[in-house]
Design a protein around this ligand. Structure first.
Ligand code: GRF
Length: 227
């Protein structure tokens, strides 16, 4: 599996992918890491792993489509066949999506369709959700609106802050992203026939039960303290 990974910041999901690859848990290669921000800390993870990096500042492009065209050119040049949005804070356009059909994947820190967009963890906390989690989905032109591939759930605890909740979700993100990519790389993506006006159903063959509700068993006192 030849991956191009797009980031904007910390890059912990990128690091999780690189670790999984190094440890033989994911049969893939990261061909290129692109950041739209020059100071993204995640670029250091790529460099440490010997992965080529590129900064493509979105502000230098007149519109989203021309920015995406630059991304596509770089991804193709480096041999990427799948694109992972790992904390990439830009909406993508059909220019990218049509270059990699059904091959652009995003990780989002909520159980979509709840809490799309920025700071999903704070949204869940503010809403009073008792369970939240993370979602890996195929990307479409909307905000976190593409077909869901897999989700993992975590409890929201009574004394959670935005940061404690985000950390609990993040641990699940790292595991889920690796598992989903392994599944995609093994050819398990199924795209159903599309009915008029509806998008096709997608699923990961043979993985439905494995990707079921996964309450974080590591959270100390989760049951007692859950609200
Ligand atoms: C993650 O919470 C991811 O779900 C969201 O942005 C965050 C990126 O974190 N899309 P990192 O840069 O991978 O550490």
């Amino acid at each position: 599996m030849d991956l191009g990974v797009l980031i904007s910041g910390r890059g912990s999901n990128l690091a999780a992918l690189l670790d999984a690859i190094a440890e033989g848990r994911l049969d893939a290669r990261v061909r290129l890491v692109i950041s739209n921000k020059a100071d993204a800390a995640g670029l250091d993870h790529a460099k440490a792993a010997g992965v080529p990096t590129l900064v493509v500042p979105h502000g230098e492009y007149s519109d989203r489509a021309s920015f995406d065209a630059a991304l596509v050119a770089a991804l193709r040049e480096h041999g990427a066949e799948w694109v992972v949005l790992a904390g990439f804070m830009r909406l993508v356009t059909p220019v990218l999506l049509e270059a990699f059909p059904y091959r652009v994947v995003n990780i989002h820190p909520s159980l979509l369709p709840s809490f799309p967009g920025v700071d999903a963890q704070a949204q869940a906390l503010a809403y009073g959700a008792r369970i939240t989690g993370c979602t890996v989905h195929l990307v479409d032109a909307g905000t976190d609106s593409g077909p869901i591939l897999a989700q993992a759930a975590v409890p929201v605890l009574a004394d959670d802050t935005r940061d404690t909740l985000a950390a609990r979700i993040l641990a699940q993100e790292h595991a889920l992203l690796v598992r989903v990519l392994a599944s995609l790389g093994a050819g398990r993506l199924r795209v159903g026939a599309s009915e008029a006006g509806k998008r096709p159903r997608v699923s990961l063959r043979g993985e439905a039960s494995a990707f079921g509700l996964a309450i974080n068993e590591g959270a100390p006192g989760a049951e007692a303290k859950a609200r």
